[in-house]
Design a protein around this ligand. Structure first.
Ligand code: E4P
Length: 266
């Protein structure tokens, strides 16, 4: 049976060029808990804010929450920075939120969308935002979770909603239509910013921009790839080939073979 003929793509076809960083509307935040990296990122004009979380803090071997936060706040004074509460009881979350908020003027308090028992934090978020605290609601995965929050808050509340697009993608679901849908849901909430959390590849920055997300938070590993934007793919290919070659050389790999040119795959 003859195989269906697939039309070859013409070699003249151009790939769509991505926008350069300066053309992006989406704000890039730096996600992490490494003080040296926060220091260098704070000098970059395209880094518009910072986020952290307890997992990133643990990874950076942070021992004292408050010492770390105060040090970060000394460096980041004119850009928003988010610190997350880590209590599991709603009352205790509130105490932590109020305490952390007293450490600076540019703080967003990260409140997980539920506690570990799955109890919604929507009432707490509404209470905190009514008292003038800027919340960054974190670990959001669904539109329903967003409905629960926005039905409880004042339409003027300033807040960030962090939707874990990358983790949604990790479950096999395309996050782009999910984010598009959420942007539509939030169309009347002019003070709410949608944050694309947990990006997995550089392309996500452009996807976040295209769907109209206000912010994307990007960890160090991915930020290092910003230099790749607009890179010539042939040059990129050559670099990749050289990487394989150099690593094999550095590892000292050798194959000693007695075979003469005989091939036998049967
Ligand atoms: C957002 O603020 C989070 O810190 C972050 O994006 C989590 O990403 P992860 O899924 O890579 O842990």
């Amino acid at each position: 049976m003859a195989l269906p003929c697939i039309e070859p793509r013409t070699s003249k076809k151009k790939y769509k060029m991505v926008k350069s960083l300066s053309q992006l509307k989406v704000k890039i935040f730096a996600d992490g808990a490494n003080i040296d990296s926060i220091k260098s990122m704070s000098k970059l004009s395209y880094i518009k804010g910072f986020t952290t979380n307890p997992t990133l803090m643990k990874k950076s071997n942070i021992k004292d929450y408050k010492d770390f936060a105060l040090e970060a706040l000394k460096i980041v004074q004119n850009k928003p920075i988010s610190f997350e509460v880590f209590a599991d009881e709603i009352d205790e979350m509130e105490n932590q939120a109020r305490e952390i908020n007293s450490w600076g003027k540019n703080i967003f308090i990260k409140i997980p969308v539920t506690n570990t028992k799955g109890e919604s934090t929507a009432n707490l978020i509404s209470k905190l935002s009514n008292s003038g605290i800027f919340c960054n609601v974190t670990a959001i995965f669904t539109k329903e979770q967003i409905f629960k929050i926005i039905e409880k808050i004042n339409i003027d509340s300033k807040m960030i909603l962090s939707v874990f697009a990358g983790r949604i993608a990790d479950s096999g679901i395309d996050p782009v239509p999910v984010m598009q849908d959420i942007i539509y849901t939030l169309r009347d909430y002019k003070n709410i910013e949608l944050l694309w959390a947990s990006p997995r590849e550089l392309l996500n920055i452009f996807q976040a921009d295209q769907v109209g997300c206000h912010i994307i938070t990007v960890a160090d590993d991915l930020l290092k790839k910003l230099n790749n934007i607009g890179k010539d793919l042939n040059e990129f290919s050559l670099e990749t080939v050289s990487m394989f070659y150099n690593d094999a050389q550095a590892a000292g790999y050798k194959i000693n073979s007695n075979l003469t040119n005989k091939k036998n795959f049967n």
